[in-house]
Unconditional design. Structure first.
Length: 198
């Protein structure tokens, strides 16, 4: 049994392909990373598949980890990139995107007039409640919202990752905000009714 006293020791042992260290790293970060996959994919079996692939990449690339930032952030980026790769490889997900040439059917994207975050705009709701509503968004819209609002990707980065246009990215973000506001307003009405009748 090896003794692992800190993160640096854990990383060093993983670089040497120590199985106990790899298992400890997996066990330490799996529970933190799984919710990220679920935010994007919603489906647990797909998320587990992505997580296994992501951690194989973590172990394969750990020699490249420079320890300049937090290990958790480095792993998170690999998990997000692996999730995006999965989305791009599945026709069912790709078909969900509303593209620039379809705006005449679905409406032009609304330009954001401010940088406010819908997650922080409604103090009567917890982040968990709002994230539950995010999970009900259409798949492509949910992916863009997660990337832009929660994981802080720029539209340029989203376009590069998902192979979509800037207009497409903006449309899905705009659609996400519109749908979320509707869901939050409806939930607010229900909350107020429950309080009044309670």
């Amino acid at each position: 049994m090896v003794s692992i006293v800190d993160e640096k020791s854990l990383v060093d042992l993983c670089r040497k392909k120590n199985r106990q260290a790899q298992k400890l790293l997996f066990d330490t970060y799996f529970k933190k990373m799984m919710p990220i996959c679920l935010r994007y994919l919603k489906n647990e079996s797909d998320s587990l598949e992505v997580m296994n692939t992501a951690f194989l990449k973590v172990f394969d690339k750990i020699a490249d980890y420079k320890a300049e930032g937090r290990l958790e952030s480095w792993i998170k980026r690999i998990v997000i990139n692996t999730t995006i790769d999965y989305i791009r490889s599945h026709k069912a997900y790709k078909e969900q995107f509303i593209h620039t040439n379809e705006f005449h059917l679905y409406g032009e994207p609304v330009e954001e007039t401010d940088s406010s975050d819908v997650v922080d705009d409604y103090p009567d709701f917890s982040k968990e409640e709002i994230f539950d509503m995010v999970a009900t968004l259409p798949p492509a819209t949910r992916v863009v919202f997660n990337l832009f609002v929660i994981d802080e990707f720029s539209h340029k980065q989203i376009c590069e990752q998902l192979k979509i246009s800037t207009g497409t990215s903006k449309w899905h973000l705009s659609n996400a905000r519109t749908l979320l506001k509707e869901k939050i307003n409806q939930a607010g009405v229900i909350k107020r009714k429950n309080v009044n009748h309670g």
